[in-house]
Design a binder for this molecule. Structure first.
Ligand code: KG4
Ligand code: ZN
Length: 353
C-alpha cells in the first residue's frame, strides 16, 4: 500500500473519533507556531513571535521571516511535545497551513509537516489559514456549530462570511481595497507607531477621544462590502492640512477617531449580515478581532439586537497553530481527504479550497 493509500485508510478510521492527537504547524507570516490538539481541545500551543525582528523594518520582511521559521521550528515542535507530555509517535495526524500567506514562510511549515507525516506514516493535512481563523471560535465555544455569520478581519482579509458548514462558506461582502488590519498598520506608520500597527493604535487611542471627522464609505448603500483606503487617505489629509496651517494634531485623538470609524463599520456590516440572513449568531475571526474597541462595539450591538456573539480569546484571534489543529479536525470530521505530499504552498489561496 502506498503512503497516500494508507493515509486515506487511516483518516477514514479517525472520522467519527475525537480522541486522536493532531500536531499542527502555522508559519504563514511572522509567527512560528506549533500546537497539539485533540477534537476541539488544545493541549498546548507554542508561539515563537518574530515581531521584534521585523519591528526595525516597519513590517514583515518575507525572506527574514522564512529564515527565522527554519531556525525556530524544530525547537517549537520539541517544546509542544514536551508541554503536552507526548511523543511524536502518539500523534495521528500532522497539519500545516498551506495558504494564504508568504510563500517562503508557508513552505517552511509545510515541508516540516510533510516530512514528519511521511516519517511517522500518518496522514498530512494542508490547511487553509482563513478556515483556521474561523475554526478558532470552536476552541472557546466547542458547542458552536454552523450556520453563523463570521466577521473575518485580519491583516490580509476583511470579509463578512455566511458559514453554512465547515466547507460551505459564502462571502457576503469583502473589502474592495485594503484589509482592516492593513489599514491599522498603514495608519500606525503615519502616526510614527511601530509594527504591528493594530495593538499600537489601540494603546494610543486609550488616551484619546474620537474628535476628528473621518468619512465613512458607502453610506446608505445596501451591500456589505468594505473600503478602508479612503479612511487612510482622510488621516493623511488631516495630517498634511494641519502641517500646512501650522496646527497641532493630537495623535491620540486621531488614533481614537480612526479606530472608532473602522470598528463601527465592521460592526455595522456584521449586524446587517445577521439581519439579512436571520442568522442570529456572529463569530469574530482574525487579528483585528483582538481589538478591544471592536469587541466592545460588537458586544453592545449584539446585545441590542439579541444576537449571540462569539468572541475567541484575543490570543486566538491573531495567528496561532491551535486554530490550524482544530481546522484539521473539522476537515477530517466532514470527510475531507488527506493532502497528497505533492500539495504546494499557495500564497493567494481562496476560501473555497
Ligand atoms: O490574523 P492576523 O494575525 O494575521 C493575518 O492573517 O493577517 O492579523 C494581523 C493583523 C495586523 O494587521 C495587525 O495590525 C492586526 O491584525 N491586529 C490588530 C490588533 N492586533 C492585531 N488590529 C487592531 N487591534 C489590535 N489589537
Ligand atoms: Zn492570520
Amino acid at each position: 500500500m502506498t503512503y497516500y493509500e494508507n493515509s486515506c485508510k487511516q483518516l477514514n478510521e479517525l472520522r467519527d473519533r475525537q480522541d486522536y492527537l493532531i500536531l499542527a504547524i502555522e508559519s504563514s507570516c511572522d509567527e512560528t507556531a506549533v500546537a497539539i490538539t485533540r477534537g476541539r481541545t488544545v493541549l498546548t500551543d507554542v508561539i515563537v513571535s518574530q515581531i521584534d525582528i521585523h519591528k526595525k523594518y516597519g513590517g514583515v520582511v518575507p525572506e527574514i521571516a522564512s529564515r527565522n521559521h527554519s531556525i525556530k521550528i524544530d525547537h517549537a515542535i520539541e517544546s509542544a511535545l514536551n508541554n503536552a507530555n507526548i511523543k511524536l509517535e502518539d500523534v495521528s495526524v500532522i497539519a500545516s497551513t498551506y495558504g494564504p500567506g508568504l510563500l517562503g514562510a508557508l513552505l517552511v511549515g509545510m515541508c516540516h509537516g510533510k516530512a514528519l507525516a511521511y516519517t511517522l506514516r500518518v496522514p498530512f493535512m494542508g490547511i487553509n489559514h482563513i478556515k483556521g481563523h474561523i475554526a478558532a471560535n470552536y476552541i472557546a465555544a466547542p458547542s458552536l456549530d454552523p450556520p453563523f455569520i463570521c466577521l473575518l478581519a485580519s491583516g490580509g482579509h476583511t470579509e463578512i462570511l455566511k458559514v453554512n458548514g465547515f466547507n460551505e462558506i459564502i462571502c457576503m461582502g469583502a473589502t474592495r481595497d485594503d484589509a482592516s488590519g492593513e489599514a491599522f498598520d498603514k495608519v500606525a506608520r503615519l502616526l510614527n507607531l511601530s509594527y504591528p500597527g493594530g495593538p499600537a493604535i489601540e494603546e494610543l487611542a486609550l488616551s484619546g477621544t474620537p474628535s476628528y471627522p473621518i468619512p465613512r464609505p458607502f453610506k446608505n448603500e445596501k451591500h456589505l462590502d468594505f473600503s478602508f483606503s479612503g479612511i487612510k487617505t482622510a488621516v493623511v489629509s488631516l495630517l498634511s492640512n494641519a502641517r500646512q496651517k501650522g496646527e497641532k494634531i493630537s495623535f491620540s485623538d486621531l488614533a481614537s477617531s480612526f479606530q472608532n470609524t473602522v470598528c463601527e463599520i465592521l460592526t455595522t456590516n456584521a449586524i446587517n449580515a445577521s439581519k439579512m440572513t436571520s442568522i442570529n449568531k456572529i463569530a469574530l475571526a482574525g487579528g483585528v478581532g483582538a481589538n478591544s474597541k471592536l469587541r466592545e462595539l460588537l458586544t453592545i450591538a449584539c446585545n441590542k439586537e439579541n444576537i449571540e456573539l462569539f468572541l475567541p480569546p484575543k490570543s486566538l484571534c491573531t495567528d496561532n497553530a491551535s486554530m490550524i489543529g482544530i481546522a484539521a479536525y473539522e476537515e477530517i470530521s466532514c470527510g475531507s481527504a488527506p493532502s497528497d505530499l505533492t500539495l504546494d504552498a499557495d500564497p493567494s489561496l481562496e476560501l473555497d479550497r
